[in-house]
Design a protein around this ligand. Structure first.
Ligand SMILES: [Mg+2]
Length: 197
C-alpha cells in the first residue's frame, strides 16, 4: 500500500509548540491570554491585531518549524509499515512561501528523528485541492492529515482518508478519526487484512 503522511500535527507537534510560542508572545504584548478556545491558534485565539499576528508568525515560523518534536511512536510505526512492504510518501503543505528552503528543512527534520520514507512531496498548504491531486498522481491508497478541508478533497477522490485528531478539527464527524500512531498502524493493518480476504 502507498501511504501518504502529512508532517505538521501528524508527525510533528506543531500545534503544541505554536500554542506555547503564541502564549509566550502574548505575555509580551498585553498578556490578555486566550480569548477564544474554539479556533485555530493563529486565527482569533488571542486579542492580537492582524499586524501583530502576521509580524510574529512570519518572523518566527521557520525557527518554530525547525524546533518541532516528533509525535510519540511515529518513527517506530512508520518503520514497521515500511518493513511490512508499504511505501511511505511524506506529503506536506510546507511549500507555501513561509520557509526559505522547505525541502532542506524537511529532510533535516526527518533525518533528525530517523523517520524513514520513500518520497517527500511538498505542496502549498493554502491550496485545498493540491494534496488530493498529488495523491491521485502517485496512486496513494491512504492519506493521513489533520486538515479537514484537505482530507475532504482526498476522500472525494476515492482515497482512504484518516483525520489525525487535534483540538481544532473536532467538529468533523464524517471522516475516520485517529488519535495516535498505534491506532493508525492498527487501522492500516486491518484494511490490508480485509483486502486480502
Ligand atoms: Mg498538518
Amino acid at each position: 500500500m502507498k501511504i501518504g503522511v502529512d508532517i505538521d500535527n501528524v508527525l510533528s507537534n506543531f500545534n503544541e509548540i505554536l500554542l506555547e510560542e503564541f502564549l509566550n508572545h502574548d505575555k509580551k504584548l498585553r498578556n490578555t491570554g486566550i480569548i477564544n478556545n474554539d479556533v485555530y491558534i493563529t486565527r482569533g485565539m488571542f486579542d492580537w491585531s492582524e499586524e501583530e499576528l502576521d509580524e510574529f508568525y512570519y518572523n518566527n515560523i521557520e525557527r518554530i518549524a525547525k524546533s518541532l518534536n516528533v509525535l510519540e511512536n511515529a518513527p517506530e510505526y512508520i518503520r514497521k509499515l515500511k518493513e511490512e512492504g508499504n511505501e511511505i510518501y511524506i506529503i506536506s503543505g510546507r511549500d507555501n512561501g513561509e520557509y526559505s528552503d522547505p525541502y532542506k528543512m524537511t529532510f533535516d527534520w526527518l533525518n533528525k528523528y530517523n523517520i524513514v520514507y520513500d518520497k517527500v512531496i511538498l505542496t502549498n498548504a493554502y491550496n485545498s485541492l493540491e494534496k488530493a491531486k498529488i495523491c491521485l498522481e502517485n496512486d496513494i491508497d491512504i492519506m493521513i492529515d489533520d486538515s479537514i478541508r484537505i482530507l475532504i478533497e482526498v476522500d472525494n477522490s476515492g482515497i482512504t482518508a484518516l483525520l489525525m485528531d487535534t483540538p481544532y478539527n473536532r467538529q468533523e464527524n464524517d471522516l475516520k478519526r485517529v488519535h495516535n500512531w498505534k491506532e493508525i498502524y492498527e487501522f492500516i493493518t486491518s484494511l490490508k487484512n480485509k483486502k486480502i480476504i
